[in-house]
Design a protein around this ligand. Structure first.
Ligand code: CO8
Length: 368
């Protein structure tokens, strides 16, 4: 083992679906659904949703999805994704290939040079074979591949896993990819959460720092933490068939107690980041950028203020949630991919994700 080896992020990529749903479009569809249910005698009656509420409570203005028509059809309210033959690329693998190809191009390496693929996401379209192994085959990477799931923190936990393997010397290069089809496990008929999520796929290439060819970010340190909570939960899983009458049960999709999450996760994340920075000798003045998980603008404003000890300047803590909504594990990586090019050698930034579990992951990087 080479204890000197440092891992670096040398490329990133984002696949963005072509279809967009604005808050206004979403609310029109939800309210049409509610009107129909109410006319049919829904008890209790379903209150109307509001685009103004969505924007002010979350900061979200629109979301990208793989299938807009199915989501906005008041008789359906979930995406329609055509089943695929086992011989065809799966939905997640297909998104992943696009994001990975962009990340590899930025790193300036061929897929064949990658030793490991980690598909880290908050849900996987099948139990096995691993989506990551299918991505490995489609890209033509070497070595091995595996799936992992830590909900919204999947990307940062995946980065730590890959960085640890590079640091230990067991691999030299990895790709961590996050295909998030949140539209398929969101309950679009629930007013409290129907606006929260969107679809996307992100990817980052990690290499031993001595292999990096162009501009890159050396990973100074990673830190992951978990603490069990039922406040964000989805009970769907392979035991579904063994239990009666599970098909349309509300808990077969994403369920959360948003208020509790808000109150409990904020102190957890603020403390986690502060401790991580202190242990690495990174002060607020050293930090040029925060790429935070993208769930709620008010949450990010709060965390930014706690971490920096002042209101963040424009650009110090870029949000993308107004365009993408919450994309689970991909959110902080979209922010990183879109808002990191302008950093100069020596600049330090911090990627942080948080969510179900609870889970929180942080990655401190320095531009080289
Ligand atoms: N339109 C109009 N009014 C509404 C709506 C709506 N759509 N929704 C709720 N209201 C009403 C409520 O009924 C309530 O009315 P009243 O005051 O009369 O009771 C009022 O508005 C306020 O409601 P809330 O208290 O629920 O509103 P909040 O201010 O708390 O905002 C949020 C709701 C935006 C959900 C907020 O609580 C939040 O962002 N919380 C944090 C959530 C979070 O970060 N969760 C992380 C989940 S992501 C994750 O971990 C990954 C999981 C895996 C991915 C899943 C993919 C599907």
């Amino acid at each position: 083992m080479s204890s000197q080896t440092r891992a670096a992020i040398t490329g990133s990529g984002v696949f963005t679906p072509s279809q967009v749903i604005t808050n206004d479009e979403l609310v029109v569809a939800f309210n049409a659904y509610a009107d129909r249910q109410n006319a049919a005698g829904a008890d209790p009656q379903i209150p109307q949703s509001s685009a103004d509420f969505i924007k002010s409570a979350s900061g979200i203005e629109q979301r990208f999805v793989l299938d807009k028509a199915g989501v906005l059809d008041p008789d359906r309210m979930y995406p329609r994704l055509v089943p695929r033959d086992d011989g065809a690329p799966g939905q997640m693998a297909e998104m992943a290939v696009t994001a990975c190809t962009d990340a590899l191009a930025q790193a300036g390496i061929d897929a064949g040079q990658i030793d490991a693929v980690i598909c880290a996401a908050s849900n996987h379209e099948r139990a096995y074979p691993a989506i990551a192994i299918e991505i490995q085959q489609l890209l033509g990477t070497s070595g091995f591949a595996f799936d992992m799931n830590v909900a919204c923190s999947s990307a940062t936990f995946g980065i730590q896993a890959a960085a640890d393997m590079i640091r230990s010397g067991s691999i030299r290069r990895a790709i961590v990819v996050n295909p998030e089809i949140c539209s398929a496990h969101l309950e679009w008929r629930d007013r409290d959460c129907h606006f929260i999520f969107g679809d996307v796929c992100t990817a980052v290439v990690l290499e031993a720092a001595d292999l990096a060819q162009g501009d890159h970010f050396v990973i100074r340190s990673t830190r992951c933490a978990t603490q069990f909570s039922n406040n964000i939960r989805n009970n769907d899983g392979f035991l579904r068939r063994t239990r009666d009458a599970m098909d349309d049960r509300r808990d077969m999709q994403f369920v959360q107690n948003g208020r509790k999450v808000f109150k409990e996760v904020l102190p957890l994340v603020s403390r986690h980041i502060a401790d991580h920075m202190a242990d690495e000798g990174v002060t607020a003045d050293d930090l040029k950028r925060l790429w935070l998980h993208q769930a709620n603008k008010a949450m990010n404003d709060y965390i930014g203020k706690r971490v920096l000890g002042r209101d963040p300047e424009p650009g110090e803590q870029p949000n993308i949630l107004q365009d993408y909504a919450n994309t689970s594990s991909a959110g902080s990586i979209i922010a990183f991919a879109k808002y990191s090019d302008d950093l100069i050698p020596g600049d330090t930034g911090l990627i942080c994700s948080f969510g179900a579990g609870y889970s929180v992951g942080s990655v401190i990087v320095t531009r080289v």
